[in-house]
Design a protein around this ligand. Sequence first.
Ligand code: MSP
Length: 510
Amino acid sequence: MKRTFYITTPIYYVNDVPHIGHAYTTIACDALARHHRMKGQKVFFLTGSDEHGEKVQKSATQQGVGPRELADRVVTRFQGLSPALDITNDDFIRTTEPRHYASVQELFRKSLRNGDIYLGEYEGWYCTPCESYWTDLQLVDGKCPECRRAADRRKEPSFFFRLSKYQRPLLDHYRKNPSFIRPESRRNEVVSFVEGGLNDLSVSRTSLSWGIPVPDHPGHVIYVWYDALTNYITGVGYPDGGERFETFWPADIHMVGKDILRFHAVFWPAFLMSAGVAPPLGVFAHGWWTVEGQKMSKSLGNVVDPYEMVETYGADAFRYFLLREVPFGSDGDFSRKALVHRINSDLANDFGNLLNRTLGMLGKYFAGTVPVPSTAEEEDLALFARATETVRAADAAMENVEFHNALSAIWDLVKAGNRYVDASAPWVLAKDPAKRARLGTVLYNILEATRISVLLTAPFLPGAAQKMWEALGCEGPVAAANLYEAGAWGGLRSGITLPKSAVAFPRIED
Ligand code: MSP
């Protein structure tokens, strides 16, 4: 196993406040970061904000403020997602920070020096009111696709990145690293795109001033995607190098939405190769959410606010729903009904109930003291085997970035725990003093299966898992437990006294 793990979210545009799509990527990264920490790896988890470029400039102008002022205001809404959603990022990078200017300019300079970035002329359809260039394909009936006014043919001097030169190296890189782009269907899309040929890419603008200046060419600002992608190396200390860079670069996973895969899987590795920096090890593209069957949009008024979700349902339930409902990589539909259903059936009925009924019986039959297990019977052995297999299956699913499969394996264990209770009927055993030892064994086993389930849910339900962990008398933060050590059967200590019931998941009335 690799000793380190570096994971990143995209950096979010500060032209508008966060919605479910932003929360989704960040939560997915957080679950992975937590899982890898529990495997004993040294983890670095980076998120941040994308503050330059036309989008932010335009939105600021519309609101009658400067772009910096807008960024300063909106960025707090993104930073606030971490405490609200229980996100454990190690750093939050803003592209307006001096460390990032130094990094972008250094990377750019490297390619300027070796001739991969050269001065040319950019030509396109320019809409003056929108201050935007459009391609032939983007125009609608020959007009600006945004304001529907006439666009003029216009040229401006621009620096270009020699992307065409990297067609072969990129295809070789994809071939040699089959898991560089995941899921596989997305990989095939990217490969066909690159096989179709690559044009050099315009990487500077003179028509915009809100950005990082091209070194030694103050009239040009660096293209916002060149600037933004570079955050992933700035975050670990580029260009100064140092221990963090040595330890964590190349990143293990850049997690992105499917709409921005091309930037990450084509442009970014090419920029890095040109500058002599290793490309990342992997890019994973996830799907998009619709809301109650419709595309999410401001005009429809159906934008899902993550803060509101946390207030109404709690961070654990929201996190759980997003990662359980849809196979990661596919598109999905968000609905309150589906969310409430998951809370009631999976969290309250299956999981919460397992813990509560077990603690209830322990209180009633053993005054809350965890018994010493004796001889294991066949059904006991089946439960241990299931628990051990679940640790392996959940770990394997997480390695494949299949959250839904990890959770469904964990829930199979939870359900097996509930079936074990029903089948061994402690309330019947309790009536017969001769069965006292058997009753103790059964209760120990259920508690132990519950403990292992709680351990495995910690990356997904950090708040609830911690409370349940404590209710089972386990010491320290569950987030700091080692998956393999704490996941081994028999970790629960006999002889300690547990409370009668625990805070589980309350049912929600539909
Ligand atoms: N700033 C760029 C990323 C630069 S990374 C070097 C950007 N920002 S964004 O704020 O517009 O979007 C960030 C992420 O949100 C993207 O990964 C995008 O896929 C995701 N989503 C936006 N809407 C979404 C849904 N409706 N559903 C799921 N994810 C969505 O792009």
